[in-house]
Ligand binder design. Structure first.
Ligand code: FNR
Length: 387
């Protein structure tokens, strides 16, 4: 009998698709507007080819890497993605347990369906031997509200704030407008549903806490408008303010130009994430693929801070290509969600195992022995499409 165990991330996505309700799968799989940017992320990876070197002793290949002084078995980490309980009843807990067991860093979305404290407790993240856990933040227009959330993340043992900077307003998600996603009864956004704090969360919380019909959700979204996400962040104010609130590292997620990468370094960011928010930028549709802008951004940063990358990574060879173009660490967004939907913690581990083995095999076949040996010279670009 042939094996039904998936052996690629794409096969895991196929299984996930059969298990998820249509509107949840659409929310995860789709991008903004016509989804050109999302497809471009994958397409531009495919245009990059690997230049294999031979007669190199590759009997030992070391995939490990170090970021902020912490060693990881391979240069992959989990991107923040909202509402993981839609994939699995234990949602973020399963993803976090997979990250902890494999030894990879996870960034918890502020829009998680599990509270940041519950994730921290489940994985004992204050134990500094394990991978670092980071907390993603959308600044709201109420700074006290954000300050409270940052303090909670710090107290719980997270070591960095990943500030998402590409979302001054929500993008035009056409599918979602047709079939808005509404959290089922009993599911809520874990970080905001703490009435004892008496602080109002962002409008998106009110949508998911209060709306249990599509009409209600639409009505709340309409009223919330641009106050949902902070549209008034600035280089001069926001990063110094964050550093004044916390000792955690400050990572800016959503950098797409070398100008902004330089400004991030100058204004004291500890790292940047080159990201278009999911290849879909789930935001602005007509942007380049992240892998297209990575080389110039990495050159602009010139090793002063880590350059983290996401968008369209589905294979170990994609990780290899991103590293070759200057990334220090590569985030996976949707693959974690597919893994969760497929088989919870084990499914996410299956995704990471696939990527690790593919990366190691790619390195061996390319004739590189460790991550530092993966350079621009490891890649070529296809002169024409197709075969
Ligand atoms: C996201 N992303 C995201 N980013 C963020 O900063 N905060 C968030 O809450 C979310 N939520 C979210 C939900 C879903 C369903 C998706 C698909 C994405 C973006 C995410 O962090 C990351 O940038 C992309 O997912 C990376 O691209 P790939 O790996 O999905 O192609």
């Amino acid at each position: 009998a042939s094996s039904t165990v998936p052996i690629t991330v794409m096969e895991i996505e196929k299984i996930a698709k059969t298990r998820l309700p249509q509107n949840v799968y659409d929310y995860y799989a789709c991008g903004a507007d016509e989804q050109k940017a999302m497809h471009r992320n994958a397409y531009m990876f495919d245009k990059l080819l690997i230049r294999p070197r031979v007669m190199v002793n590759v009997s030992h290949v070391d995939t490990s890497t170090t970021v902020f002084g912490k060693r990881y078995p391979f240069p992959v980490a989990f991107a923040p993605s909202a509402m993981q309980k839609l994939c699995h009843p234990r949602g973020e807990l399963e993803a976090a347990e997979a990250a902890a067991s494999v030894g990879l860093s996870m960034t918890l979305s502020s829009q998680s369906t599990t509270s940041l404290e519950d994730v921290a407790d489940a994985c004992n993240i204050s134990n500094r031997d394990g991978p670092d856990f980071w907390f993603q933040l959308y600044l709201t227009q109420d700074p006290e509200y954000s300050r409270e959330l940052i303090k909670r993340a710090e107290a719980a043992g997270y070591t960095a704030i990943v500030l998402t900077v590409d979302t001054p307003i929500l993008g035009n998600r056409i599918n979602e407008r047709k079939t808005p996603l509404v959290l089922p009864e009993g599911m809520h956004l874990g970080n905001y549903a703490q009435p004892k704090q008496g602080i109002k969360g962002p409008a998106i919380e009110r949508v998911f806490l209060n709306a249990h019909t599509v009409d209600e959700a639409n009505e709340i979204m309409k009223k919330a408008g641009p106050t949902m996400h902070s549209s008034c962040m600035t280089w001069q104010e926001t990063i110094p303010w964050l550093h004044s609130v916390t000792n955690m590292k400050i990572i800016l997620k959503g950098i797409m130009t070398e100008e902004d990468a330089k400004l991030a370094v100058e204004h004291g960011a500890d790292a940047i994430v080159v990201s278009n928010h999911g290849g879909s930028i789930r935001q602005l549709d007509l942007v380049p693929a992240t892998v297209e802008v990575l080389p110039t951004i990495a050159d602009a940063v010139a090793g002063r801070i880590p350059v983290i990358f996401d968008g369209g990574v589905r294979r170990g060879s994609d990780v290899f290509k991103a590293i070759a173009l200057g990334a220090d660490l590569v985030l996976i967004g949707r693959p974690v969600l597919w893994g969760l939907s497929y088989d919870g913690k084990k499914g996410v581990e299956a995704v990471t195992n696939i990527l690790e083995r593919e990366l190691s095999r790619t390195m061996t076949l390319a004739g590189v022995r460790d991550i530092k040996e993966i350079t621009k010279d490891s890649l070529g670009v296809a002169k024409r499409d197709g075969f």
